[in-house]
Design a protein around this ligand. Sequence first.
Ligand SMILES: [Zn+2]
Length: 424
Amino acid sequence: MHDHRRLGRELGLFDTDPLIGSGLPYWLPDGAAVRHALEEYIREAERRAGYRHVYSPVLGKRELYEISGHWSHYSDDMFPPMDLGGEQVVLRPSLCPHHALIFRSRSRSYRELPLRMAELGGMYRSELSGVLGGLTRVRAIQLNDAHIFCTLEQVADEAGAALEMIRRAYRALGISPARYRLSLPGPGGKYVAAPELWRRSTELLTEVLDRSGLPYEAAEGEAAFYGPKIDIQVADGAGRESTLSTVQVDFHQPERFGLHYIGADGAKHRPVMVHRSIIGSVERAVAHLIEHHGGAFPAWLAPVQVAVLPVSDAELPNAAALAEHCADLGLRAEVAGPEHGSLGARVRQARLVPYHAVIGAREAAAGHVALRLRDGRRPEGLPAAEALARIRALVESHATDLWDTEAGAGADAGTGGRIGLTAG
Ligand SMILES: [Zn+2]
């Protein structure tokens, strides 16, 4: 595994500046491209699963977090409040309270449940110590968050479906969990005191895990202050674990915010909140992806997906046209012409780019490209339009394999391209 801080800088994905401050990285264009692809994947997966997206502000009055319980249980991790015209506002430490208020903003019927509310939103943590300078411990966090407001009977299905979304996302990202953990309260921690609610939510999450058939371990002292959670742990090269995804059952905040819906009986009932995150914070997810893939991202995430390599200046117009065609198809392409060195040098320079489209005199004349894949395979030369259509299909399906040898005729993977040009 690689150090994401070193690779992030080498690959021009993100950086920091002492004047902005530690724990506050900025994203460079290639890093932003990876992040956009990831965020689009998440929003689309959520949209398909019946989530509705909202936006809410990153600030809130101190009182909001006093009600949610963050102020008394979590203030060590919060930025100090700002005085503003006799009021105190704070940078939010989580999105839950805002979403609870959005749920509460109008009367809700049981027919609207489960109500799945999602947001990729900012939150803040006043990290004082630890390794700043990378993406794993940051003070400004972009969280892939969602809250499902539902009945007690719906909790197990909703939490189970969230686990399934997480498994699907990991497949597309080409990563795998180190461990599923049932995170329970431990001695001495700051937890809300409601033994009956803790017991019920622990039972529910245990049921979800047992039904999923996934192996898991229970761990004390890892719960959120308001409830137990299922944590999906990933490990770095040194075996250090961190939590990427979570599914939590919460009876506490619906109580604190006085949430209710009107049941079929016409009476008021309290919903349960299921908190879930597919990839956790965008920062930590990208850090893990950089380290796991060593910068060779799955094609759909790669900052540059197609490196267009004209053999000589004569093919520059064809290369430009191919790059434009890529852009029309939503593919990220870059032309690297002979001014960047020999073809061999340009191929090496683009070693992390999934697809190399080489255009020599023969390809230019025939309207073909000689494709070389990052992994060394060379599919048979294809008409340019067909090659790009197949790349786009792979990217759109979030495939982790770079080539579908089943699709179409003429794929000649791994045997060396007959039309492919020898790097020189
Ligand atoms: Zn939450």
